[in-house]
Every structure is written in C-alpha cells, then in structure tokens.
Design a protein around this ligand. Structure first.
Ligand SMILES: [Ca+2]
Ligand SMILES: [Ca+2]
Length: 604
C-alpha cells in the first residue's frame, strides 16, 4: 500500500495541508497527481496492461481506488449518515470476524475445530485487524454442524470443555478482542430432553412445543392430516407426526428442530436462564437467530398461497413469520431480569428485515443489525443496482438509528467468491468503507470458494444426507463450511487428523501464501481495515455517491467538520473507463491514491 504523508488519517497534519478550503478548481484528478502518474508507470511496467489509472482509464474488470480528497460541503443537499461525531462504542467502530468454529482450527487432532484451536489463532485475528470474534453456534447440539440444541446451557462437547471456552474468552479480551455468539431461540433439537419428555406428555414439558392433533381425513385414516397448510422453510409441511404422542409438532425448519412454544411463559424463563449462563462465561453479546420465527398464529390459521405450488416462497407466511409477539419476546428475554447487564457494555444483534426495520419500537432492544443486502444482489450486478441497495439499506438504518453490520457470508450461503466471482473482492472492500461495521465470514479474506468435490459419503449436513445420493448436493451446506486453509501442510494446517470432518478445498490459496504477497486480497483487507480504524471520516463521516452509472460505483466518506475524506471508485463493468470528477462540486483536485485493488491480485 503506497501511502503519501497525508493520505489516510484525520490528523492535524493532513487537515492543515488540505484544510477546509474554498472550492478548488476541478480537474481530472488523475492527471494532476504525480503519485498517480508514477503509479501508472509502475503498474504498466509491473503488471503489463492489467490496470492503470491515468487520465483516467482502467483496463480492468474491477478497480477500487481509495483517494484522499479535499472537499467543500456547500451547495448540496447532503445525505448524511451519523453526521455528528459521536463517541463510538466498541461494537460500532469494529471489524467483526464470523468464525465457523467446526472448521477453524483443530487443536487435538480429532478433525473438528475447537476452542483451543481458535485461541491459538487469536494473534492471527489481531494481525488482520479484528475487534470482535463472532462464534457460530456453540451451544451443545446433537449434530456437529446443526442447530439442533440438546442443552442450551452447555458448550458443544466437540469444541472442548466449558473451561476451554472461558479461557478463549479471557485470552481474546486480553488481546482486545470481544467475543459474541449465536444464540438459537426458535427451536431445540428433537434429541433434547425437553422434547423427549414433551413427546410423552410429561409435565412440565408437555407444552414446551407446539402440538396439534391435526385434521380428520388422512390417508386410510391411519393418521390425521396436518392441522393447516403451513410450509417448512425447507419445503414440505411444517408439521411432523410424532408416533409416541400421536400428534403433530411444528417445525418451521428441519424435522429434528421442533419449534419451541413461546406462548408458554416457561420457555421465556428457560431462555433467560440460558442467556445468563453465557453472560457468566464472559460473552459480550448475542446474535439472535431466527427471531422472526418465534411466534406463530395461535389459532393455526391457514396461510394464503400465491400459487398452487407447495414451495415455501409461494406462501404468504403472515401467520408464521414476523409476528409482533416475536420481537416482544426478545424484549422479555433480554431486558427485565438481565437488562442492567445487557445495557452496560453488551450488544444484541440480529439480521435485519423489512418488518423489524419498519418499527422503531424494537430498537430499544437491538444495538446492531446485520444486513446481507449486498449478498442479495444478483451474481452479476451493475453500479446503479449496487447504489440502490446501499441507499435503501442506509435509509432504513438512518431512520431507526441502529448501527449496521454489513455481512456477506455465513454458513448457510454459497461463499461470495463462488457466487460473485471477481466482484467478490469489490464487495468486500466496499463494505469496509460503508457507514457501519464490516464483517468477514471466515475464509473470505483468502477468497475461499465452495468445495464442489464433497461426495455423498463425505456429506455431514443432516438435511443433505436425508435428501439422498441424487439430491444431496442441491441442498447441502457443507461446501460453504470447509476447513480454513492456513498453510501448505497436510489438510492446510487445519488438523493433523487424516480425515477432517469435511474435506479441505484443494482449489483455494492459503493464509500463508496470501500474507506473503503484498497485493493479495488478505493484505488488501488488512490494510483497508487499518485505514478505516485510522479515520473518523470512514467510521463516522457523511456518505455521497458522486458518480454512479452502469459500470461505475463510487462514493465518498467525508469528515463532518474538517471536510477531508475519501473517494472510493469501483469499475464494476468489464470495460476500460475514463472518468472525470470535474462536475462534482465538492471534490477538489488535491487527492492522493491510497490503494488500487485488482481482482487478480489475490490468486496464486
Ligand atoms: Ca478438535
Ligand atoms: Ca417458532
């Protein structure tokens, strides 16, 4: 990263040099920057015609420039996000690393990632610039990669002992890294003692789940029909027959994940107890999974169908999703008994959706919302579409005063490198510079791709196994969860076991390789995180979109008071472009190129 003496921070030195200035005559910026011209020469020499930016053309598929610029804010109607400097809390000025524990580091050679393994790699996270470690579900489950909780107040035994978790949290804190965790609210596993007892109608567990006798008229009258037409997220009826109880139970997700009955006050109490358990172990916050699904219509009313199809997307879900009670339940669980502790320095986050963003009353509860709006873009998109998504998201966050976390990946989705190909790099860099906090799903920093070579025999995802040999690869989430690739040793340094729980993806580069290349995606992300930390303009500045068209996406982040900031330009098209920012009133010609990013730089 070539930085001039005045390129990145909002310190006094730079402010004096650029200063809040009167409008500066505008020119095509690249032609006026000796730094740029020098870099052009270097680029042409070093990487032939891969990319360069003079006058300004870019023969690239993707180009991001972060450029310091002098600005004047007069004469424009600003779209301001967090315009007034605020005292940022730890979770606002943060880079969040979403760690899928099972695949991160295996310390004891059983082929499964664990707490001690993560602890060994805390220095790696620190080096990358991570402030918050966000752990995938660590509550004890029946299946290693599932969310079928069998004890909400116990660590997953494959990950280690409770003390190992305490040690991890303590070691992370010592390094200035906070630890937050997923908490599973909507369901338990069918192997949970609660469910076993509930199936037998044993109190107090009899009404821990949502049971129904169903409707008369079943095939051969051997069993009734499901009570209504509700569909599971993974298709098929949301009702599962229990032979032992001779009733249906509701499962909005998988058959081994029965929905808990939140209309039973005992469930709220159980969750409060679980939350307290994890707070005692030292976690700094929770990501609340599947809040939208907590409550369903008490009368079990049919949902309207948008077509005759039995697929989930063709049902309305107004009786099974986003009920007001669901969000109220979160208030009941996390505030009240544990409010004093949550308020102090803890954070609650959940994934945003239109329902929750439409009602400000929920924001007494949630500090942060994750948004996967960028991920929802089509695998190819243009600058206008990208801007629309960013603006729509920021408007919602601005209205509700909730701090955004931009999230591109998690263990349920195709990896971004596989979905977006070369555009993935640009999305990663863009999200770092957007207002809010950015996140990294483990492996994104080395452009880990989906592992396409997992056989049916190697498949672990229980739903995929259930789908059978001919269909498993259509629904398996295993390809998005393969082991982290650390180095060139066997199984990429993830484990010394011969057979890791999922096979390592042989196609992808390793951490060690990319760290050794200064223009790699790993180094780029590290540098961009560092840049963001150094700048109030980037954490707390205004945002504008000075030039956006089909091929170009650009935005500025400008300090609210000293008029300095950054311009980020991304050529999302596949043609060389010549750009001039002459017509943008507030951009001066006094700019310095900080970093140029190209998609090819990350691959071996
Ligand atoms: Ca292990
Ligand atoms: Ca539910």
């Amino acid at each position: 990263m070539a930085r001039s003496s005045s390129d990145s921070s909002d310190d006094e030195r730079k402010t004096v040099r650029i200063g809040p200035a009167p409008p500066i005559p505008k020119k095509t910026y690249a032609t006026k920057s000796s730094t740029m011209q020098k870099r052009k020469k270097q680029c042409c020499l070093l990487i032939r015609k891969k990319w360069f930016i003079a006058a300004i053309s870019a023969f690239i598929l993707l180009l991001i420039l972060a450029i310091v610029l002098g600005v004047t804010l007069g004469g424009k109607n600003k779209s301001v996000v967090y315009s007034n400097p605020v005292n940022l809390t730890w979770w606002q000025n943060s880079t969040i690393y979403r760690c899928y524990v099972t695949s991160y580091v295996d310390s004891d050679g059983d082929g499964i990632g664990d707490f001690k393994g993560i602890q060994e790699r805390l220095s790696y996270l620190k080096e990358l610039g991570v402030d918050v470690l966000w752990l995938s579900p660590i509550q004890n489950t029946n299946t290693v990669s599932g969310t079928d909780v069998i004890n909400a107040k116990q660590v997953k035994i494959e990950y280690g002992l409770q003390q190992d978790f305490r040690d991890l949290v303590a070691a992370a804190k010592e390094m200035g890294i906070r630890v937050i965790m997923d908490i599973i609210l909507n369901h338990s596993g069918s192997a949970h003692q609660w469910f076993r007892q509930s199936q037998l109608s044993t109190n107090p567990y009899k009404d821990y789940y949502i049971w129904s006798k169903g409707k008369l008229g079943g095939l051969n009258d051997t069993k009734p029909l499901p009570p209504n037409n509700w569909i599971s997220l993974y298709n098929g009826s949301a009702w599962q027959w229990s032979d032992s109880r001779q009733e249906y139970y509701l499962r909005q997700f998988w058959r081994n994940e029965p929905d808990l009955n939140y209309r039973n006050p005992q469930i709220i109490q159980e969750m409060k107890t679980a939350v307290n358990f994890w707070l005692e172990l030292g976690v700094d916050g929770f990501y609340l999974r599947d809040v939208a699904f907590l409550y369903e219509d008490a009368q079990l009313t049919d949902e309207s169908q948008l077509s005759s199809s039995q697929e989930y997307v063709f049902h309305s879900h107004n009786n099974t999703r986003d009920l007001t009670e669901s969000y109220q339940a979160v208030n009941d669980i996390f505030f009240g008994a544990i409010q004093p502790r949550m308020n102090a320095d803890r954070v609650l986050l959940m994934e945003t959706n239109d329902r929750v963003m439409s009602d400000e009353k929920w924001f007494q509860t949630y500090n942060m919302m994750t948004t996967n709006a960028l991920y929802k873009l089509n695998s190819t998109f243009d600058g206008l579409q990208l801007k629309a998504v960013v603006e729509h998201s920021l408007e919602a966050f601005n209205k509700t005063h909730v701090w955004p976390i931009w999230s591109l990946g998690d263990e349920t989705k195709s990896r971004i490198s596989s979905k977006f190909n070369q555009l993935a790099v640009g999305l990663q860099v863009t999200q770092i510079f957007l207002p809010g906090s950015s996140s990294i799903y483990y492996g994104e920093e080395i452009l880990l791709t989906n592992n396409p070579s997992i056989t049916y025999e190697q498949t672990v995802d229980s739903a995929a196994k259930e789908a059978g040999q001919s269909n498993y690869n259509k629904i398996s989430r295993d390809p998005f969860r393969t082991p982290m690739k650390w180095n060139s040793s066997r199984n990429a340094g993830f484990t010394v076991a011969t057979n890791p729980w999922l096979p390592v993806n042989n196609n992808d580069p390793t951490v060690d390789l990319l760290k050794s290349r200064t223009n790699s995606i790993w180094c780029t992300i590290k540098d961009m995180i560092s840049l963001k930390k150094s700048s109030l303009a980037l954490t707390n500045g205004t945002i504008e979109f000075p030039m956006v068209d089909v091929d170009i996406f650009s935005f500025t982040r400008v300090h609210a008071t000293n008029n300095t900031g950054f311009l980020i330009v991304w050529n999302v098209g596949n043609q060389r472009k010549t750009l001039s920012f002459n017509d943008v009133q507030y951009i001066s010609n006094d700019m310095t190129v900080i970093r140029k990013v190209k998609p090819e730089g990350s691959r071996p």
